[in-house]
Design a protein around this ligand. Structure first.
Ligand code: NAD
Length: 257
């Protein structure tokens, strides 16, 4: 039996039939989207608490700060393309082994890679919703209005406050996706956690939930996480290389793209 973590992870993936992936910001760094804690990251000059949901709703200055951040940083997310890690998870789904991707990310890159069942527990930043009438618009439309000088864009239909469909700090998480994520973690046979520091709850709690329900746990991350001690295998490395190698070894017949 191999002692190499990649080999052991591949054996678990090869033997599993109901895999659930839990992904975090680290799966998208190789696509050029910075993660949360990087020194040069998107939040280095803005404190996201400044535009927490309660502040955002009541204070025009908080909304202006949010949209200034958006004008500066959202183009990086918009330009990003899926990488080998997103592609490997899409391949596992196509092979009928992966039930869904539960993601904390708001960048839309899993869907862009071809994943069909993506449970977005922190929402999706590629769309914007009116808090009054509920109308949704593509984020790009609002970004274009920011570029023309608007600083607190309003709903074109009713004048209501517009907010990203990504969950802000202090905003309730979407109930349906969150409850589905826990159902899936409780009934999978392998939880594959990729590129998450596993410190943001309730997402991080999906790991012990799956373990307690009898699933194997594989954690792929650049650095150690608090749940490494309960993982069956931890792979310390970049998500793109690690997932491509694991999926290639586990599904040798299946083309990745
Ligand atoms: P996090 O920033 O707390 O942790 C990311 C983890 O990924 C770190 O432990 C880091 O070492 C690791 N990592 C970085 N690059 C990696 C790579 N190439 N391969 C493997 N591991 C890598 O992210 P989180 O746990 O997702 O929590 C942060 C919160 O911020 C989440 O709510 C998330 O939705 C949000 N966020 C999302 C995006 C996005 O949508 N892409 C980007 C930044 C933050």
């Amino acid at each position: 039996m191999t002692t190499d973590p990649l080999g052991r992870a591949a054996r678990l993936v090869a033997g599993a039939r109901r895999i659930v992936a839990l992904t975090g910001a680290g799966i998208s760094t190789e696509s050029g989207v910075p993660d949360f804690r990087g020194a040069a990251g998107m939040w280095s000059r803005y404190d996201p608490e400044m535009f927490s949901y309660p502040n955002y709703v009541r204070d025009a200055d908080a909304r202006r700060a949010y949209w200034r951040w958006s004008r500066e940083f959202w183009p990086t997310v918009e330009a990003a393309r899926p990488n080998a890690a997103h592609a490997a998870l899409a391949a596992l789904e196509r092979a009928g082994r992966l039930r869904c991707v539960v993601t904390q990310n708001v960048d839309g890159l899993h869907a862009a890679a071809g994943s069909r069942d993506v449970v977005e527990i922190h929402g999706n930043g590629t769309r914007v919703r009116c808090l009054s009438c509920g109308e949704e618009r593509p984020r790009g439309e609002i970004q274009a209005r920011l570029a023309l000088g608007e600083d607190d864009p309003r709903c074109a239909s009713c004048g209501g406050i517009l907010k990203t469909c990504a969950v802000l700090f202090g905003e309730p998480m979407p109930a349906g996706p969150t409850s589905r994520a826990f159902d899936e973690a409780s009934s999978c046979d392998l939880l594959l956690a990729v590129g998450s520091s596993l410190v943001v709850n309730p997402a991080a709690r999906l790991v012990p939930t799956a373990k307690q329900a009898g699933a194997a746990v594989v954690i792929v991350n650049l650095e150690r996480t608090v749940y490494d001690p309960i993982a069956d295998v931890t792979v310390r490395g970049t998500a793109g290389d690690a997932l491509a190698a694991i999926v290639c070894a586990a599904l040798p017949e299946s083309p990745r793209r």
